[in-house]
Design a binder for this molecule. Structure first.
Ligand SMILES: [Zn+2]
Length: 396
């Protein structure tokens, strides 16, 4: 909702803006806005103002019905947490507020049966493949300071999401292949369940399957690193949830490899998980952004969603533009040929990380290579601590 500077004191909703935008004559437009936003006495028994508004033209009726159908679900589902301030009843200001990228969604469970769950934003989670694994337990490192020791308290709630593609065999997405598509989807789910590979799988039809329950770790991210404004995360299986699209990434592909149904499913699933666990949008990242190979100290061991993840369509900020912590905080390098083969979006973050590292080296009066060695040493120590903690958990 925003105030129109031309009309002091009036509130112009996106709904009215849309309508006003369609009137090209400026005088007519002004008349319309004044008329639509002026307070009107409502005689008893008169139709409500919103209906007057709807009855004015058939075009508006048709457009209005479509809009109402589109807006009602998102109005109820994607309202920012804590924004439930009182609104005037039954006026056109009931139109959906604009979606703010990254704002914490408000989503709740409305139904649960033995085999599925339904949420207030339309998300349906299938539970027939749900299974347990080792309980989620992890430690974080503080960003400030140089300690290679994590904070002492274990954490049990996921701090982020890593998005994957399954890279599994795909049948052509056509009606005559429905049986094959279903059969392949089921065998993929069996495989993921057996290997505890992900917390969720979104199949080719956009159905959301819970596999490893959220209270438990899934083996989706292996050697990986990420950072938010407060903490470093080393090895993300326990600290981040894993969501896999049944899809394949082709090298350098700039277009989404997921279907519109899968992207919609990922959006409502992400909203639910962010609402339930208070996950920051900055911690919703792709496997290619977090994957590292400590053996050769290079990033990009896994390259799924390296350059084409639909952050905006999922209601997230473009995290490809974030500097990569693997480079600036842990001293990893990269293979230049890998850069050219994985698209360009991720590499904004790579450039930013490089310049961040150069600045930090200068501030520490070190050559970049020398500084990188210090970071790598620190990473190896952190990795050793995390691996030992993991071993302790296994024996406890
Ligand atoms: Zn992956």
């Amino acid at each position: 909702m925003q105030r129109d500077p031309k009309l002091p004191g009036t509130i112009v909703t996106p709904f009215l803006e849309w309508r006003a935008h369609r009137i090209h004559d400026p005088v007519e437009k002004l008349k319309f806005l004044r008329h639509a936003t002026a307070p009107k006495p409502v005689p008893k028994d008169a139709p409500r103002p919103v209906w007057n508004f709807f009855r004015r033209s058939w075009r508006f009726q048709a457009g209005g019905l479509v809009l109402v159908a589109l807006l009602i679900p998102s109005r109820t589902l994607i309202t920012a947490r804590g924004s439930s301030r009182a609104r005037p009843a039954a006026t056109v200001t009931e139109a959906a507020p604009p979606v703010i990228p990254g704002a914490t969604p408000n989503v709740w469970q409305v139904e649960k049966t033995g085999s599925y769950e339904v949420y207030s934003n339309g998300l349906r989670v299938e539970n027939e493949y749900a299974t347990a694994n080792e309980p989620r337990t992890y430690y974080v490192f503080e960003r400030n300071g140089n300690s290679t020791q994590p904070l002492p308290d274990a954490r049990f709630v996921p701090a982020g999401i890593v998005y994957h593609t399954t890279e599994s065999h795909l049948a052509p997405f056509e009606p005559q292949h429905t049986r094959q598509l279903k059969r392949i989807g089921r065998s993929l789910l069996d495989y993921v369940r057996q290997n505890r590979s992900y917390n969720f799988v979104i199949d080719r039809f956009g159905r959301v399957f819970r596999v490893v329950q959220e209270s438990d770790a899934a083996y989706h991210a292996g050697k990986s690193v990420w950072a938010d404004s407060n903490f470093f995360y080393v090895n993300l299986n326990h600290s981040f949830l894993g969501i896999a699209f049944e899809a394949q990434t082709s090298a350098g592909d700039q277009n989404p490899v997921a279907s519109p149904a899968q992207i919609h499913a990922a959006r409502v699933l992400t909203e639910m998980l962010r609402a339930r666990y208070s996950i920051s949008p900055a911690n919703c990242v792709t496997h290619a952004q977090v994957s590292v190979n400590p053996a050769n100290m290079r990033i990009g061991y896994h390259t799924d969603w390296a350059g084409n993840f639909p952050f905006a369509e999922l209601g997230l900020t473009d995290n490809y533009a974030q500097p990569l912590p693997s480079l600036y905080a842990f001293g990893f390098g990269y293979d230049p040929s890998f850069v050219t083969s994985t698209g360009t979006r991720l590499w904004k973050g790579l450039e930013l990380a490089e310049s961040q590292l150069q600045q930090a080296a200068a501030a520490a009066h070190r050559q970049p290579d020398e500084y990188r060695k210090i970071l790598r040493k620190r990473y190896r120590e952190m990795l050793r601590v995390v691996d030992n903690k993991g071993a302790e958990e296994d024996h406890s």
